[in-house]
Design a protein around this ligand. Structure first.
Ligand SMILES: Cc1cc2nc3c(=O)[nH]c(=O)nc-3n(C[C@H](O)[C@H](O)[C@H](O)COP(=O)(O)OP(=O)(O)OC[C@H]3O[C@@H](n4cnc5c(N)ncnc54)[C@H](O)[C@@H]3O)c2cc1C
Length: 512
């Protein structure tokens, strides 16, 4: 189910760390389980596959924040080097990199309608949002190779797994970085109930993602001294930013019932057999479908990053529930899965009738969360605090994004197909209505970043060479180092960071 794109909707919880957050005060105390891939390839093995580099201005902003060597011109070679894009021809795109990027193999017919509807509302068509210009409405690009998921594991690890200088330890939990005389000399990990140490001569590189890379730094004595001492951890290097600055995209969903079949209605025993066969024979059909078939970026200019993203999905999954009464909605959200009161991506049920979903998103939220330790026990869960719409600007922008997407869905192009706005429905009209709704029904994009923020200032966790400040021979290379969120989903920039990290470690430049 990892490799089959549509398998995402039935992905087992055993591949997910499910980091349980504290109640979110901005959403009536909702408790989320933040997803994170617990498998080789991490998030890239369980994600929605949408391939988005971000706006060129995102990286120029990183440069302006003191991340020398991370402006768009500097990172473009790494984006190119990391990918094979099926439609080559642009000097912005890569033609022979490990990750395969393709268009949706069997796009749903309503995808073209969405493209037309967005243009009717003044958005221009953009044939490649991963080129030099991001804004506009486009066909989705996904990390797939001939209809199957491509991940950091299939693209980077599988081709080299027999190399004698590579050892992959599975079912191993890294518990801390071993630091001697201010220098990282290895890591400790638990495997089969035993504590093991792996020593190294040169750099230790943490790539445990935005939740666990900061956790491991804290467990190793790198962080806020008061926090470390409160858990009895000896302070090795003082850095108050470790685990701070957590950023995540606020999302909403609008669901419309339609009069043509959509992918959710294929989730039946017959549909699974038919589409499974289509996958095997032609590598096409609903089984190869990712969630997004089209995307919209809006609000940006040449040098200014996009403000909003919208994803068009020719399918609908619940919750939300059957009617839009807010009290019922709240009950449904707070009840949800496993009897824990947690909102959980593994418990989404396909709608029985044909329906499509648009997912408006705020690309550069002001809200910040944090990750800290609950205990010095490395097997204990992290303490995760974050509010999706806690910052007033984020709420205002999310409302604007929802209204923009409702206008698209109400355009003439969609009129022949839409039966009704199922969610949130006609009852939501005023700004106050949206505000009340989003306090319950907004959610996250699974794009956590910035908990080991890169920069050249004294507060940064890593410097622009990804070295942890205050400790020798220790680097972090994953989404946690992004100084700010990029304009879009975060897998492509995480892979770019890995590509650039390899050059930094080897002392090479992009063109060598
Ligand atoms: C459900 C979901 C949907 C998403 N959808 C999209 C999308 O459509 N498009 C997109 O671009 N992005 C998407 N993302 C985000 C994207 O996948 C991540 O930004 C990206 O994978 C981050 O990469 P990373 O290397 O920073 O961390 P990760 O991919 O999380 O990798 C961290 C790795 O470290 C391992 N690890 C963690 N702790 C330990 C430990 N103590 N010991 C040993 N190993 C450990 C993990 O198992 C994992 O393999 C999604 C993410 C999720 C979870």
């Amino acid at each position: 189910m990892i490799h089959v794109p549509a398998g995402l909707i039935r992905m087992s919880t055993k591949y997910d760390w499910q980091h349980r957050a504290e109640p979110d005060a901005s959403r009536s105390g909702a408790i989320d389980l933040w997803a994170a891939g617990k498998v080789l390839g991490g998030g890239s093995s369980v994600n929605g596959m949408l391939w988005v580099r971000g706006h060129p201005g995102d990286f120029d902003h990183w440069g302006a924040l003191g991340c020398d060597g991370w402006t768009f011109d500097s990172v473009l070679p790494y984006f190119r080097r990391g990918e094979t894009y099926e439609r080559t021809g642009s000097c912005a795109r890569g033609g022979d990199g490990p990750m395969h990027v393709s268009h949706v193999r069997t796009p749903h017919p309503l995808t073209e309608v969405f493209l037309e509807a967005a243009q009717e509302q003044g958005h221009k068509f953009n044939s490649d949002y991963n080129g030099f210009n991001q804004d506009g409405v486009s066909h989705a690009q996904v990390s797939q190779r001939r209809g199957l998921r491509d991940s950091a594991a299939t693209a980077y690890l599988w081709p080299v797994w027999r190399r004698p200088n590579l050892k992959i330890r599975r079912k191993a939990l890294v518990t801390r970085v071993v630091i001697e005389d201010g220098r990282a000399v290895g890591v400790e990990y638990l495997q089969g109930g035993k504590e093991v140490m792996a020593r190294c001569e040169s750099d230790v590189i943490l790539s445990a993602g935005s939740f666990v890379s900061p956790k491991l730094l804290l467990l190793s004595g790198i962080g806020d001294p008061d926090h470390l001492r409160s858990h009895g951890i000896e302070v090795v290097a003082e850095n108050r930013s470790v685990g701070r600055n957590l950023q995540e995209h606020p999302y909403a969903s609008l669901i419309y019932t339609v009069n043509v079949p959509t992918i959710n209605t294929e989730v039946t025993p017959t549909g699974v057999v038919k589409n499974g066969a289509d996958l095997v024979v032609r590598r096409r059909g609903a089984a190869t479908s990712p969630v997004p078939h089209a995307v919209l970026f809006a609000g940006g200019e040449d040098s200014h990053p996009s403000v909003f993203q919208g994803t068009f999905a020719p399918m609908a999954f619940g919750p939300p529930p059957e009617n839009t009464s807010w009290s019922r909605l709240k009950r449904r959200f707070s009840r949800s899965s496993s009897g824990t009161g947690a909102h959980d991506v593994h418990r989404m049920h396909p709608f029985e009738s044909p329906a499509v979903t648009v997912l408006p998103c705020v690309l550069h939220p002001e809200g910040r969360g944090r990750i800290s330790l609950r205990s010095s026990d490395p097997t204990a869960p992290i303490l995760l605090e974050h509010e999706v719409v806690g910052h007033p600007c984020d709420m205002d922008k999310l409302i604007e994004a929802c209204e923009m997407h409702r206008d698209i869905m109400n355009s003439a192009a969609f009129a022949p197909y839409i039966l009704e706005e199922h969610f949130p429905g006609k009852a939501v009209k005023s700004e106050d209505d949206w505000r009340r709704l989003l306090r319950i029904a907004s959610w996250r994009g699974e794009h956590a970043v910035s908990t080991c923020r890169m920069g050249s200032d004294d507060e940064a966790v890593v410097d622009p060479s990804l070295r942890v400040r205050g400790v020798d021979n220790l680097r972090v290379a994953d989404a946690s180092v992004m100084p700010t969120l990029t304009s879009g989903n975060t897998n492509a920039p995480a892979i770019m960071i890995g590509e650039k990290a390899s050059d930094l470690v080897m002392g090479r430049s992009a063109d060598s």
